[in-house]
Design a binder for this molecule. Structure first.
Ligand SMILES: [Zn+2]
Length: 220
């Protein structure tokens, strides 16, 4: 499986993951436990090519914090940009990011969209994070679904998200899925998300067969 995003620059190689876990008093910290069964893909949308550069990582980090402090329950676990990844909510805690019952069994991963960023680098980082979460939580690629799909399966009014990927931009979902496979194959993962070196050892002991697009360390 070849790398899909050919234009990926060194930004993504240097990208780092930062835990900016929201304080417990935030309403978007639900304090409800979950075992993740799905990884849900999102993009914020303010209209194609219309999102100003000021809607950056800092903007959304501030927004989710202020929303939470003001009592808004909407939240998501990760925000991925072209140079950084932020985590706001622990993966084993419920977050309200789909408007469906998938909220109680999934990890929400938003990808930053604004003018001035490298979309391919952000997409690579999102694929790398999804690959990491698949390994960590023992999930196959069939458990990586779009926000739209959670609503379809719940028979709730559709919401076209992630809209750009669904519209086929940047290679659409097939390209994105290929990049996930590439990250698994080359072990291009955010290792800082693994809590112990034991888990990493287990990962490498498995002698991954990434062509199967499936990695299982724990879970069912
Ligand atoms: Zn969404």
């Amino acid at each position: 499986m070849e790398k899909f995003y050919e234009n990926t620059t060194e930004n993504s190689l240097k990208s780092s993951l930062h835990k900016l876990i929201l304080p417990q008093e935030c309403a978007n910290r639900t304090q409800k436990d979950q075992v993740p069964e799905y990884i849900v893909l999102h993009e914020p949308s303010t209209g194609l090519y219309k999102t100003p550069p000021s809607f950056n990582m800092q903007y959304y980090a501030r927004k989710i914090l202020i929303d939470g402090l003001q009592g808004k329950e909407v939240g998501y676990h990760f925000l991925v940009g072209d140079k950084k990844v932020y985590q706001f909510i622990p993966e084993d805690e419920v977050a309200y990011h789909t408007g469906t019952s998938f909220n109680y069994k999934s990890i929400g991963v938003e990808r930053l969209v604004c003018m001035g960023i490298s979309h391919e680098d952000a997409l690579h980082n999102q694929a790398k994070l999804v690959a990491t979460l698949m390994v960590k939580w023992g999930l196959g690629i069939d458990k990586v679904i779009t926000h739209l799909e959670t609503r379809r399966r719940s028979l709730i009014k559709p919401r076209v998200c992630p809209s750009r990927l669904l519209a086929g931009l940047y290679g659409g979902l097939p390209g994105f899925m290929q990049e996930i496979s590439y990250c698994l194959k080359t072990r291009d993962l955010f290792f800082e998300l693994f809590e112990s070196t034991k888990l990493i050892d287990d990962l490498f002991k498995l002698k991954l067969k990434p062509e199967e697009d499936f990695v299982r360390i724990r879970g069912k």
